[in-house]
Design a protein around this ligand. Sequence first.
Ligand code: SAM
Length: 354
Amino acid sequence: MPNTDVRAAGMADRDLVVRLAFGSMAAHTLRAAIRLRVVELVGDTPRRAADVAADAGTEAQPMTRLLRALTGLGLLREHAPDTFTVTPAGALLDPGRPDSLTSFVGMFTEPAIVRAWEHLDDSVRTGDVAFDTLFGTDFFSHLAQHPELSAGFNAAMSQAVAETAAVLPYAFDFGRFTTVTDVGGGDGTLLAGVLAAHPGLNGVVFDTARGLAEAPTTTARHGVSDRCSLIAGDFFRSVPGGSDLYLMKSVLHDWTDDQAVTILSHCREVLPPGGLVLIVEPVLPEVVDTTADVDVLDGGITYLSDLNMLVNVGGRERTRKDFEELCHRAGLSLTSVTPLAEAAPFSLIEVVAG
Ligand SMILES: C[S@@+](CC[C@H](N)C(=O)[O-])C[C@H]1O[C@@H](n2cnc3c(N)ncnc32)[C@H](O)[C@@H]1O
């Protein structure tokens, strides 16, 4: 006898909920693939699962099952029974590629981050940061105490920012500035991209000592070390002066409104006449846009990032009004918001003194 309740829900609706419920399993399938070097071992020419298993040092039958799951997720292709190649999307799980996303996947499936997500309902109930409750310290202090995790985080941020680093140098008029400081600039990937495209510009990456650990290698790799200083410090105490442009990507969303105002106020203190603060973050619409014909997860990524900020760091994603309010409180004023179309969902938020 058919279950009419199930049928009434409609198959598309059921598919959506089932797909979303399996989301974390998909993420962990990617994590396992990276740890077992599946993409490097499968490669571009059809390879048998048993050979991949032998090279990876695993049992053959579970490896076949992993390869088939990856095929179902669009990351491999099965040409003949048990014979696979890597798809263009799967190739992004090769750590050797310049556009690799292995560290990015590693960080968002990292047990510490996933554990905080298990307490999302508690964070929604109380507003407390689940990570802090679980670990007895905040996320960035935890990174400072765990160098390996911190290196993984820096690598993940570097991979995450690579797309913006390729687009930003041509999407903004850097030519009117002489020196740009990237506040919370991490391993320097973004600033290195900007400096490489603008030979007349000098730069400073400002971050914690741990955040800067990989920056000398990054700036050297991009051939910009001679024009890029690295300054270690704490943006809750001060931001170094001497620049006419202060760039800040994916920093304010890590913090509460009060903390974000403190960071912006320190930028304001050192901003020279004619200087600019350029914030690069997603700008949420006032109402969630569900009209766009996009995959539901794609459309929802920034809202999931918002929840990630809630459970892991205590920050939030913001609307234009939210950014205006923060700037106003810091003695700054927001003059424009320009979506960075080729690096969605980011926007360029221009802010001046006043
Ligand atoms: C989410 S990451 C963004 C990194 C980089 N801007 C990007 O978009 O890839 C935030 C950065 O803020 C840095 N940070 C955290 N607390 C800081 C502090 N108190 N002072 C300076 N930098 C800090 C972190 O080390 C990290 O590099």
